[in-house]
Design a protein around this ligand. Sequence first.
Ligand code: DX5
Ligand code: ZN
Length: 230
Amino acid sequence: MRVAAPLIAPSILSADFAALRDEMARAQGADWFHVDVMDAHFVPNLTLGLPVVQSLLKATETPIDCHLMIEDPDRWAIGYAEAGAYNVTVHVEAATDPIKIAKDLRAAGAKAGLSIKPGTPLEPYVETLKHYDTLLVMSVEPGFGGQSFIADVLPKVREARRLVDTGHLNLVVEIDGGINDDTIEQAAEAGVDCFVAGSAVYGAADPSRAVRALRDKAASARRPSAHHGN
Ligand code: DX5
Ligand code: ZN
């Protein structure tokens, strides 16, 4: 599939954690809210878990995109789907049986997402990705907001775009890390559908305006699909 317009998913990692309801309201116009779950084991940082996600789900109508940077997602991911998250993304580096995870997530009513770190290749996981709805290409090392964009991951985005446009995969191509006014165009040009942005949205004086500006930039940088126009 190819989304009609670029999706912008503000990462609440860069928001005020004491005021998350208000912070989501400040980013009006967001397509999804990206929620970074970190366990201090898979990544060297600790953020929030299922109870906070359950509260966020009650506080917004906007779809919640959970990015699980945790060990043993085989055990923990399902809870986020059952809670009502729109999309639940696990890391392929942490998953034992990613196909079973995808099936379980979908059976619980969520979209299934698979993420690859900057150094993880795409090619070994193409068959696995047939079971997934989103591919999250990390463009920073997972763990912290505010890092610099790693452009070396763009060949993986181009390859994923090609696999989707030729019908080999049917998923949303998402990118996460260092997306801002200066980097979003190259990611859009490479074929990204959904852009996570933390510091670029919540570091702005007007997060809602930042969301619109990012979407506009992505839309104008995007190339028409070579194979179909939807
Ligand atoms: C990093 C997280 C990102 C982070 C992005 O591990 O997965 O979602 O919030 O933040 P920025 O957009 O500031 O790079
Ligand atoms: Zn993330």
